[in-house]
Each structure stands twice: as structure tokens, then as C-alpha cells.
Design a protein around this ligand. Sequence first.
Ligand code: F6R
Length: 250
Amino acid sequence: MPQIKIFATYEELSDKASDAIVDCIRQKPDALLCFAAGDTPKLTLEMAVAKIRQQHIPTATLGFVGLDEWVGIGPENEGSCQYFFRKYWTDPLGLAESQFNFFNALSLRLDEECVRMDEFIRARAGIDLMLVGLGMNGHIGFNEPGTDWNLQAHVASLDSVTREVGQKYFREKTDVAKGISLGFGWLKAARRLLLLANGAKKAAIVKETLQGAISREVPASILQTLPEAEILLDLGAGALIQQKAGHEME
Ligand code: F6R
């Protein structure tokens, strides 16, 4: 089982997750990091950027890849993952374009985008720290129910839950049928993997993910087989988890 930590608040959870980012960069200035976009990691990234600035941690050799993107959505759209990654991470740190890679989800050759992403990661010898969120259907990135747990970068058809919940990121109604995403092949290979979830609305899927059957229908349930993975929850998201030995309350 992965290590599960439950924090009293979203702020405390985010503070801890931001420490993991800062520690990783301190230990390995040319680390390759990968984060999800979305509501969950926002505060973590804001806190991490503030700490990096306060502590004058150099970032000139750092690498970064975006976990996923909505197919057909360009980077100028506020709902795109790239918009988020630039706003909360690469722009505030002033990273050079050569330091990071995002999926170009407007490309007509998405298969080539996948190859480009896999090669970028391989050239940097894999991902040192991945920080991911949990979808209401148990997805991570756009690894949707039924996904193959061994994929690297790939294109996926989006589940109805993902399409519906995803509307919250867009100003206007936006129908997106596909996503392009790193797969669990990369998640399993990451040197450190953190999954964050906050809020009571995530409590049921958190329980299913961590204490339900290990099933491709709940993609994140594969984490049950990754003892090194770290799950950071707030009280709301952790509300239905049965406390067992090994679940730490912070
Ligand atoms: C977004 C991503 C998604 C989200 C998940 C949770 O890049 O990879 O898997 O992490 O849908 O989204 P939030 O954090 O908005 O609840």
C-alpha cells in the first residue's frame, strides 16, 4: 500500500506538497518534474514558487513536462492545461522554453506529439517527481476508466464524467472528446509520486481508489500496488478512509 497522509486543511496539504517540490530541486537542480493542472495543485504551486524565490533556489537547469492536455484546445484558452502550467509554474519561475515540454493538442499528428513527449522525458532520464490529482472517476491525467496501466504518452477518449466535470475549467461550454496524456508507464517509473486530493467531493473516489478493488475501471487503484507512492489528503477527501496502521494523521 502507498503511504497515506491526512492533513487538517488544504493549506497544510499544499504546504507539505510544495516542500516535496522544493526538496527535489535542492537535491537535484536538473530534476525533471511533472505536474497535473486543475484545482488541486494550484496552492501547492503558488507555495512552491514563493519558497523557491525566498530561498533563492536556482531553476536554470530544471526540466518540466505537463501531464496532459485537452485535444483541440490551444494554449491561449484559459481552460487548457498549458495555460495553467505557464501561469502557475513556468512563467513565475522564468523557465526557458527549452526547459519544458507541453503537448501541442492542436497538432494534426498527435502520435508525433506522444513520441516527442516520450523522447523529451527519456532524454532527461525519466521523471524525478510527479505530482498528480485524482478525477471524480478515478482518473489520473487522462488515464480514463479501462486504461492500460503500461502506456506512456497516448491519446485517450474522454469518459462522460471527465467531459462534464471538465467544464469547470472553461469560460464557455466546451465539448472535448479526447485528451492527450502521460500514461501509467511513466507514473510507475517516476522516482517520487505524489497524489493529492482535497475536499469532501473526492471522499468517495478516494476510498474506492485506495480501499476498493484494484481495477482498470478505477485507474488510480493501481496506486495500491505502489508502496512508494505518497497520497496526501485533507480531512474532507480522507473522510471515508478507514484508518489502518500506516495511515498517518498530520
Ligand atoms: C489535469 C489532470 C486531471 C486532474 C483531475 C482532478 O491536468 O491531470 O487528472 O488532476 O481531474 O482535477 P481537479 O484538481 O480540478 O479536481
